[in-house]
Design a protein around this ligand. Sequence first.
Ligand SMILES: [Zn+2]
Length: 138
Amino acid sequence: MNENIKPILEGIFQTGPFPSLLGGYCPACRRKYFPAPAVCPRCLMTVRSVPLSREGVIYSFTIIRTKPPFGLPQPYAVGYVDLVDDNLRVIGLLDHEKLDRLSVGREVTLSVAPIGLDRSGQPCLRYFFTTKERGGGI
Ligand SMILES: [Zn+2]
């Protein structure tokens, strides 16, 4: 991966061989949030940054075929993914190279790659969820 390409936004995910989203955790409520709020919306305690589960299940999704913003691929997909271990539903891009494999209930894994452009028109890293392949492949 090109080291010069920066995340679309600092602090919302970590890169590396096993990337993950960075959520907020409230120790009082024992709840996680994504994106991380400054304080817990339930009790106003400061939340701490925690890596979230990389594994999820597609709750809902849509494929967008109109001209995409920010240099995103055309078509591309956006969906809600349930991170079961974190009791959290997050929104994100889905793998645009596997649109034909997307379905509600499908197991997905978080990934990070250079996709599209940032606000200044530079290539940037974005998180997305890709389908888990049966049979041991990635
Ligand atoms: Zn709380």
